[in-house]
Design a protein around this ligand. Structure first.
Ligand SMILES: Cc1cc2nc3c(=O)[nH]c(=O)nc-3n(C[C@H](O)[C@H](O)[C@H](O)COP(=O)(O)OP(=O)(O)OC[C@H]3O[C@@H](n4cnc5c(N)ncnc54)[C@H](O)[C@@H]3O)c2cc1C
Length: 433
């Protein structure tokens, strides 16, 4: 049994490890030391490109739960993280050199793994896992787009914030589509003139990050950050994403002065995104300013807006939650539309495990949706394709607790504990992996 893995980052290294530990001979192809990447600084496998934190560590944290699941499945990268851990409060932070050195050593010394350093320019022959990451080299990106279709690949991450449905003030927020037309109902946060002007004023004062892209010239006109739209004139947003036309506030019977529309973000209806609210404000500023929106005063922000370069696939249009595209070709890592180190590792683990099962003649494995692994893999493959944006692990992805387990809205911590316990119980109950 043989397989190829493209990309020796977090996902590719994990996929190779999972394959090799199931008896598959792996050829891992990494371009660094032959062709540099725009962000990596070393030739090591599993290099962290930016922060040295892999996020929350405890299972009362969504990313922490994902880590607990990965550890149960003998994740190489989790092993490396534990061994190179540095103190960081509730987070799992690592000494980045120790971390990637450990991964490199384990991969290079595995008797079933061969590492080759070269740039791949076409999707290799199956069986293969492609995990070339958010900075996939342009020639390969073009080859993937050619095989999957021209709208299959996004090169730019313009994610709007996401809030949990249960944190909205439903006495203010009302459901309606413009002119009652179209598919799906939006939730609308109505604003009067005073609220709108205050919001614009605070938006213009908001501190930005502008980390990854410099200047307005880099943005697509149809996808501008809201603070840039606001800077073009006080009315610009009211004639753009915040236009109130075709909407009637049931509390007043009138059209609001402006609205913020929320669009359903997952099939369960537990997550909603703020339509057109991609932005480059600092996370703290986003929470402060967006909490001024009527109905969002107590909103729980499960993802905040970002804008940066990021190559990712429109996975809902072609990928299965087992992470197979077709005929033994699997995709993994950030490339499939997850966001973050731990999430990328998780998607490497699923692809590696499933390709190994395929080669062993076993049925591909679908992780239960109640686990963070299952919730994430289902989300990226089943979200609404038209508006698909990368996601990180968050509690809103998990199905609600059973009715007899439900607890009050205020007991957030207890609820997370129960969701975490359920996830690990359901994962432990799985016999086949
Ligand atoms: C600039 C930047 C900063 C980020 N900062 C953070 C952060 O602080 N925290 C966080 O949680 N997430 C961060 N991310 C997001 C993401 O979690 C990481 O990018 C993560 O490394 C993704 O893992 P991956 O395995 O999918 O991709 P990578 O770790 O990037 O691995 C992909 C590998 O494929 C190789 N490759 C690419 N094309 C080819 C080719 N054609 N042939 C052969 N090899 C190829 C690359 O050299 C690379 O080693 C950041 C992303 C970027 C781009």
């Amino acid at each position: 049994m043989r397989a190829t893995v493209v990309g020796g980052g977090l996902a590719g290294s994990e996929a190779a490890w999972q394959l090799a530990n199931r008896g598959v001979e792996v050829l891992l192809i990494e371009m660094r030391n032959h062709t540099p990447s725009p962000a990596h600084k070393t030739d090591k496998l599993g290099e962290l490109v930016c922060s040295n934190s892999l996020g929350g560590a405890g299972i009362n944290n969504a990313s922490g739960l994902l880590k607990a699941e990965l550890k149960r499945l003998n994740s190489l990268i989790m092993q490396a993280a534990e061994l190179s851990r540095v103190p960081a409060g509730g987070a799992l932070a690592v000494d980045r050199d120790l971390f990637s050195s450990y991964i490199t050593e384990k991969i290079e010394n595995h008797p079933l793994i061969t590492v080759e350093r070269r740039e791949i320019e076409e999707i290799p022959d199956a069986p293969v896992v492609i995990a070339s990451g958010p900075l996939t080299a342009p020639v390969l990106a073009e080859a993937i787009a050619k095989r999957l279709g021209k709208d299959s690949l996004h090169f730019f991450d313009a994610a709007a914030p996401v809030v949990s449905h249960e944190s909205l003030d439903l006495n203010i927020v009302f459901p309606q589509s413009r002119y009652d037309k179209g598919d799906g109902v939006y939730l609308n946060c109505p604003m009067d003139k005073e609220q709108y002007l205050l919001f614009i004023e605070e938006l213009l004062k908001g501190e930005g990050t502008h980390l990854h892209l410099e200047g307005e010239k880099n943005f697509f006109e149809g996808c501008l950050p809201i603070e840039i739209l606001a800077s073009r004139g006080v009315e610009t947003l009211r004639f753009g994403p915040m236009k109130p036309v075709g909407l009637t506030d049931p509390r007043t019977g009138r059209r609001p002065y402006a609205v913020v529309q929320l669009r359903q973000d997952n099939a369960a209806g537990t997550l909603f995104n703020l339509v057109g609210f991609q932005n480059q404000l600092k996370f703290g500023e986003q929470k402060r300013i967006f909490s001024l929106i009527p109905g969002l005063e107590k909103a729980e922000f499960l993802r905040l807006g970002v804008m940066h370069q990021n190559t990712y696939l429109n996975s809902p249009t072609f990928l299965h939650p087992t992470l197979e595209w077709q005929d033994d070709i699997f995709f993994a890592g950030q490339l499939i539309g997850v966001e973050g180190y731990t999430e990328s590792i998780a998607m490497g683990l699923i692809a590696g495990l499933n390709l190994a099962r395929r080669l062993q003649g076993k049925e591909l494995f679908l992780f239960p949706r109640t686990t963070m692994l299952g919730a994430l893999s289902h989300y990226v493959c089943e979200a609404e394709a038209k508006h698909f944006q990368p996601i990180n692990s968050n509690w809103g992805l998990l199905p609600p607790l059973d009715v007899n387990e439900r607890i009050g809205k205020k007991e957030k911590e207890r609820k997370r504990e129960l969701l975490g316990e359920r996830a690990l119980r359901d994962l432990d109950a799985v016999k086949e992996i």
